[in-house]
Design a binder for this molecule. Structure first.
Ligand code: F6R
Length: 610
């Protein structure tokens, strides 16, 4: 995820800023840049790749300035390259901006600015903000006011820092939904999006609130709302050490990423859901909208957890859009010479966008003349480049090897695609509205699921010595059974299998005895009663049952040893909620077994080999 650091004080700034960026490297990024004032002139240096690359580029020994801002970028709009790297400047070249977050209405602001004669040279939403601030500065000749005016017109999320040669002894920072901290040292101030960049200087800091700005000069600082009311936000002591900060106070990245899911799902939805119209806006698919309208068949290809997301997507699209969908392991697709025609639309789902098998499947499908779309998390990754169009997940970097937040973002994005394709066909506006408002409610419902973490940990503790696990579910919950089993085996090394619950009697039932925990995903849908019967078959053989059920379901207690409740939602959205307890069960079992949760043995985050 992007990182911001800014410095104003007595020390030489350039090396200090680059070191601040290095402290935030753990967050993941694709390019880095710095803006500083030297003899009243604004200088910008930026580079795709590692902070070390920027470090080499910056002639620290020749720079004496003690004011500057810097950034590591995780691309959201436009490929990761030198040009799209931050800082961005206004048209005069006198105002520079670094930005974390997403400006949702950047297209409309950009269109207006172009009409007024402003020129754009990058694909980013941040440049729009920089040029917008510059345009307003021309009118009001006051940096603080120009920033305030721009921010009052912006929709979306931001953490920003602004540096300008017009008012050379000042940095302005602001926050809306993306963290900003102002570190208060001895005659120096450090602004950062992450306390990790501050604690080597000071442990006294102000955490800006949403809608709040800090105007920082050498003499001091003021905090204000974007509406220009003073806030006098209190100074706090940062009590975490560097390692704790990197993991957001969690013990592992995996746990941090599980807990990020309300926010990452919110980010996957940002600016895309049109609840009132019962529809969605997916700009990334505009170029292929006719293809999607006339597609005779969708084939989804992916690997691992992303393949499980594809299975859920199959059910979603077939239900809402009534188009036949097939799901293929990318590793099979690439070699078995599948029948693909130019009328087919191929979806490739991938967190990393670099999985070798998925990439090869994409190339194979293109070779056969199909329209190929990418649903990836990493902007500018190989699959993003090789596909004709697509949608980014906006889940931010996933560092834990076991995929968690990317999966819920994949499902969220797929629910949007299914809704859009349904509305192109027979889905009524009324039904679309009902589905859209349920999708909109997901982030809060995930928060609710996370409230059961203590209970889930206790349940996990009871089964920590089990040698095998079975995961069962039907309909939308069948792929989830596969995902629950995968999560457990990959991080705890316990053997686990997922099955469609009804398949159990065709073989796996032979495994069931009092030593076999069986996790049932038993949410309420048309086949709920049948799932209860499957549970009885397990109980009759003394299997121990952990059930994931919808709130209000009291019947389930008769059938299960443990019940974990998730809020009610539509059956198609249940997997987005029900996977969270599955992730937590796997995490807490692996934790008790002292496994390396973030770096399980034999696994890599990105499988770039066959
Ligand atoms: C499991 C996991 C893997 C990935 C798979 C595909 O937790 O992370 O199964 O899902 O390697 O990776 P991407 O989505 O990057 O293509």
């Amino acid at each position: 995820m992007c990182g911001i650091v800014g410095y104003i004080g007595n020390q030489k700034a350039s090396r200090l800023l680059v070191n601040g960026l290095k402290r935030m490297e753990y967050r993941g990024y694709d390019s880095a840049g710095i803006a500083f004032l030297e003899n009243g002139i604004l200088n910008i240096m930026k580079k795709q790749g590692k902070v070390d690359g920027l470090d080499t580029l910056v002639p620290h020994d020749l720079i004496s300035t003690n004011i500057g801002i810097a950034h590591t970028r995780w691309a959201t709009h436009g490929f990761p390259n030198d040009n799209n790297a931050h800082p961005h400047t206004d048209n005069s070249g006198n105002i520079s901006v670094v930005h974390n977050g997403i400006i949702e209405n950047y297209t409309s602001i950009r269109t207006k600015l172009i009409k007024d004669g402003y020129k754009f040279s990058t694909d980013t939403d941040t440049e729009v903000l920089a040029i917008f601030i510059g345009a307003l500065y021309e009118k009001v000749k006051n940096l603080e006011e120009a920033v305030r005016m721009a921010l009052s017109e912006v929709d979306g999320t931001y953490g920003i820092a602004v540096l300008s040669s017009y008012e050379p002894d000042k940095i302005i920072a602001a926050r809306m939904g993306s963290p900003m901290v102002l570190g208060i040292g001895d005659n120096e101030f450090i602004i950062a999006s992450d306390a990790a960049a501050i604690i080597s200087h000071t442990n006294r800091a102000i955490y800006l609130n949403d809608g709040e700005m800090a105007i920082v000069t050498r003499e001091g600082y003021v905090t204000k709302t974007v509406q220009n009311e003073n806030t006098n936000t209190a100074v706090e002591d940062i009590e975490l050490d560097l390692e704790q900060i990197e993991k957001g106070g969690y013990d592992h990245f995996m746990l941090k990423e599980i807990f990020e899911q309300p926010e990452t799902v919110r980010n996957a939805l940002r600016g895309r859901l049109l609840v009132e119209k019962g529809n969605v806006r997916l700009g990334g698919l505009n170029a292929v909208i006719d293809k999607l309208r006339t597609a005779k068949r969708i084939v989804i290809t992916a690997c691992g957890t992303s393949w499980h997301a594809a299975l859920v997507a199959e059910y979603m699209i077939e239900q809402l859009a009534q188009i036949p969908v097939e799901v293929e392991y990318a590793s099979e697709f690439r070699y078995r010479n599948p029948i693909i025609t130019p009328d087919d639309v191929i979806f490739a789902i991938s967190q990393s966008g670099e999985t070798a098998d998925t990439l090869a499947a994409v190339k194979e499908a293109r070779q056969k003349g199909a329209t190929v779309l990418g649903f990836v998390n990493v902007v500018g990754s190989s699959i993003a480049r090789e596909t004709e169009a697509g949608i980014y997940l906006h889940a931010g970097p996933e560092i834990g090897v076991a995929s968690t937040k990317a999966f819920t973002s994949q499902l969220t994005v797929m629910s949007l695609v299914a809704l859009m394709m349904g509305r192109m066909r027979n889905l009524s506006q009324l039904d679309g509205k009902r589905i859209a408002s349920e999708i909109a409610a997901l982030p809060e419902k995930i928060e609710k699921v996370l409230e059961s973490t203590k209970l889930i940990r206790e349940i996990a503790h009871e089964y920590v010595n089990s040698k095998n696990f079975l995961y069962l579910g039907r309909g939308y919950n069948f792929p989830l059974a596969l995902e629950g089993a995968l999560k457990l085996k990959e991080i705890s090394y316990i053997h686990a299998e997922g099955y469609p619950a009804a398949e159990m009697k065709h073989g796996p039932i032979a495994l069931i005895d009092e030593n076999m925990p069986v996790v049932f995903i038993a949410t309420q849908d048309e086949i709920y009663d049948k799932v209860l019967s499957n549970m009885e078959e397990v109980r009759a053989r003394k299997g121990r049952i952990i059930a994931i059920a919808n709130e209000g379901d009291e019947r389930i207690h008769v059938h299960a040893d443990h019940v974990i409740y998730i809020p009610q939602t539509l059956p198609m959205l249940n997997p987005i909620l029900a996977v969270v307890p599955l992730q937590l069960i796997a995490y807490y079992i692996a934790l008790e077994l002292e496994c390396n949760v973030d770096q399980p043995r034999n696994l890599a985050k990105s499988v770039t080999v066959e």
